[in-house]
Design a protein around this ligand. Structure first.
Ligand SMILES: Nc1nc2c(ncn2[C@@H]2O[C@H](COP(=O)(O)OP(=O)(O)OP(=O)(O)O)[C@@H](O)[C@H]2O)c(=O)[nH]1
Ligand SMILES: [Mg+2]
Length: 296
């Protein structure tokens, strides 16, 4: 197994052609939207903030929604919300399938649009529905959010990146019109860590990911930040620091051994990654708001 973090843009193509197309279409549509809801993944609020999107949005009003809060470490999410709020970012965190979304989102959108709405009223224009582009990285929950707000399954969703292929307007009551958009990434990650955590949390197609390297990264990070979870799920003790040895412990525990008693590495890695993503190990955040997560 290779242990180096060779997560470079030269070997992994996570920016397929349709993203370039989507970016162009979004650029065009931004001219007719009033504001943007930017979805980020609560487990990786920094890595999932798309710099391309920030450049596109410019100074349009923006509401940031941290999705999948049910999968993230609640303490870390609280700290992220505090940090972003202190930087004047309007931010809300949700479990998109279960939390009450309508009231807090409509009221945040109205507040962000307050000046424009008041100007319209002063000029005798009856305010129309607020037009909102819903944007973010792949698989972050954009279409799920829209379906919840519209209260019907109008946008296709799925637990893999790249489900939404085209832009689609969806009316939500009288107050909002939402534009669903395909998930977009950016052509070059500023550092390998961003690629790892986006891969772990499911924003990049598994087919182009070095899964063993992701598993090694994940085990190192978990050992450093959530050792008790590794202990509880797999019986990985304090004395164990080498990720490869940790994989062997998991393989033995699950009986993932080949005829020669060596571990079935592929199966072990797949199982570990699935259990991380299905939060079988626990609620995990892969970045902390004080920047300490970059040390693995
Ligand atoms: N646990 C959990 N799952 C969520 C949440 N939001 C969305 N999901 C799941 O995440 C997966 C992706 O959701 P989508 O709404 O298709 O994501 P998207 O951003 O539209 O993805 P693309 O169209 O591929 O860019 C689906 O399996 C959803 O059920 C959430 O808050 N918590
Ligand atoms: Mg979608």
């Amino acid at each position: 197994m290779s242990k180096d973090k060779s997560f470079t843009s030269s070997v992994i193509n996570w920016f397929p052609g349709h993203m370039t197309k989507a970016k162009r279409a979004m650029e065009e549509k931004l001219k007719v939207v009033d504001m943007v809801i930017e979805l980020r993944d609560a487990r990786v609020p920094h890595a999932s903030a798309n710099p391309l999107l920030s450049a596109l949005i410019g100074n349009k009003p923006r509401l940031v929604i941290l999705s999948k809060a049910d999968k993230a470490d609640p303490v870390a999410t609280k700290q992220w919300v505090q940090k972003l709020s202190s930087e004047n970012v309007r931010v809300l965190a949700f479990h998109l399938q279960q939390d009450a979304l309508m009231k807090p989102i409509v009221s945040a959108c109205k507040e962000l649009m307050k000046d424009k709405i008041e100007r319209q009223i002063r000029r005798g224009i009856k305010p129309r529905a607020i037009r909102v582009m819903v944007a973010g990285i792949p698989n972050v929950g954009k279409s799920t959010l829209i379906n919840r707000l519209a209260n019907k399954k109008i946008a296709q969703t799925g637990d893999r990146p790249g489900v939404t292929k085209a832009l689609q307007w969806v009316k939500v009551g009288k107050e909002l019109e939402l534009l669903d958009t395909p998930g977009v990434l950016w052509p070059k990650f500023e550092d390998a860590q961003v690629g790892f955590v986006l891969g772990i949390t499911g924003a990049i197609n598994d087919n182009v990911l070095p899964m063993e390297e992701l598993a090694v990264y994940a085990l190192r990070y978990l050992k450093q930040h959530y050792p008790h979870l590794l202990q509880e799920r797999y019986g990985i003790g304090e004395e164990l620091d080498d990720p490869y040895q940790m994989l062997i412990v998991i393989a033995k525990q699950r009986g993932f051994l080949l005829k020669n008693e060596e571990m079935d590495e592929k199966r072990t890695v797949e199982t570990l990654m699935r259990e991380i993503r299905d939060e079988k190990i626990g609620m995990i955040s892969w970045e902390s708001s004080d920047g300490n997560s970059e040390s693995v």
